[in-house]
Design a protein. Sequence first.
Length: 252
Amino acid sequence: MKTITFIGNGNMAFSIAEGLKENYKIEVVGRDSKKLDAFEQKLGLHVKKSLLNNFSIDKKSIVLCVKPANVEEVSAKLQGNAQVLYSVLAGTSIEKLKSNFNASAVVRAMPNLAASVGKSMTTLTGDIAYKEEALALFSSIGTIRWLGSEKEINIATALAGSGPAYLALIAEAFTDGAVKQGLKREDAMAIMRGLFNGFGTLIQEIHPALLKDGVMSPGGTTAAGYSALEQGNVRSACIEAIEKAYKKAVEL
């Protein structure tokens, strides 16, 4: 069983490790031994744990899961030459990664937090020699798509990487709306979850416009609610959210 080494032990590292743990040996590297122990306990299986200072990445397959602002600090504490570096850092270019880390190959990946339940939408780009290995690795945590440029993965970061936060806002707002009209919170939450579960399946096969048209009957409840969303510029706000997130990814 191949070993995957995580540099960083935060939420994203845990989410990916959760998805990979059945098929890979997990090694995790961080600054704080107590946090590493907590990572292992939460993951529910034995992992090899190491502290960051002077850690050797030589010939290892690395998944880099630190904050983009900490790239220089972290790289200075590593030794050796990695076989391949998979980076999940938003907006951090391959050029910057290569200038800070010794690695024979670099691949950028953008998973999201659904990795922990095997449902991540992960986009990738980078060293084409590692395309197949990268796709095999990240397919363990959900759906994958290889993109042709870093510009495209920065856009994908805004859509799939940040998307769960946007959908969470919508889910919470819809639930609050139902509660406002008199539905019990527990019932509203259960109905919202069922809605998202069913919609997730439908959207795989049906174009959004056709799905919307299939629900909206003339003069009906959906038309009334949809009109309110359009009046609130929800469509425009969603488009702008992707634009703002993309520009931020480029700035990082």
